[in-house]
Design a binder for this molecule. Structure first.
Ligand SMILES: [Zn+2]
Length: 272
């Protein structure tokens, strides 16, 4: 049994439902929430959780599947949902080739999520809407991944944030994440009029805009403190220990692909 929880949220007119799945229940970063708003599904869940995701998809008809970025926990079941429902998944242009060919997933992530199954996708059309006609606006927010796109629903003041949010205070980075781009992307999103944020890992954050602002402030502090310590002559590992503490087990298990030092290395590059 690997359904880890169900979610629902409504503004009185429009309802979001979500289902958290995951092979390993070791915190929010090893589980994933698939969200849907009526016949619109946002992200697909990890490929090794299809048995749990399938009934959630079959619950009612699906008209469109929106993918935020290529990472396997978000895109992993796209080909199965396409086969089940007949819809062609909509994904960022930058993700298209990777999704079509499949891509290599490091061993630990493969254990947690499974391997992605190649899938053909279409680019986002210019007029995505919910069943009631209200708009869904894709906003490109690189940083966590080059292709990451979030979905802004201006009528409901909702933001489906992909992996843009995750936490108010990040502690680790993958080695391919770009902090300068992430900070620019958060600024871009904060210019939007949203209130509730739907994060596939953290869950539903009702005071989403304030939480995103707090994340930005924490990142800016992290950059300035890391750069201050660098000016005092401290090494990367010394700064990492002082600002974020010791590396965790996951850093060892991933060969530092996911680690605190990746975040500090990026923090030292950000122009304040
Ligand atoms: Zn991701």
């Amino acid at each position: 049994m690997s359904v880890r929880g169900t979610y629902s949220f409504t503004d009185g007119e429009c309802e979001v439902s979500g289902m958290r799945v995951g092979r390993v229940d070791a915190g929010i970063n090893t589980t994933f929430i698939v969200y849907r708003v009526g016949d619109t599904v946002i992200d697909c869940g990890p490929p090794n959780q299809w048995n749990e995701v399938q009934p959630f998809i079959e619950r009612e008809p699906v008209r469109q599947l929106l993918i935020t970025h290529h990472h396997e926990d978000h895109s992993g079941n796209a080909s199965r949902i396409a086969a089940l429902t007949g819809v062609t998944p909509l994904a960022p242009e930058l993700a298209k080739a990777k999704l079509a060919s499949g891509f290599k997933v490091p061993p630990l992530q493969r254990f947690i999520w499974g391997s992605p199954i190649p899938v053909q996708t279409d680019s986002y059309p210019s007029d995505i809407a919910l069943a009631d006609g209200s708009p869904v606006i894709p906003v490109h927010v690189p940083g966590h991944a080059k292709d990451l796109t979030v979905f802004f629903l201006p009528k409901q003041k909702w933001l489906f944030s992909g992996d843009l949010y995750l936490s108010k205070s990040l502690k680790m980075f993958r080695n391919d994440e770009n902090l300068s781009e992430l900070i620019d992307s958060i600024h871009r999103v904060l210019a939007l009029d949203f209130e509730v944020l739907f994060c596939p890992h953290r869950g539903i954050v009702e005071n989403g805009k304030a939480a995103m602002e707090e994340k930005l402030q924490n990142l800016v502090w992290l950059c300035s403190e890391s750069q201050r310590l660098e000016r005092k002559g401290l090494s990367l590992s010394a700064i990492t220990r002082k600002v974020l503490g010791r590396e965790e087990m996951i850093s060892w298990l991933t060969g530092y692909n996911i680690s605190r030092r990746n975040l500090i290395r990026e923090a030292l590059k950000v122009k304040l």
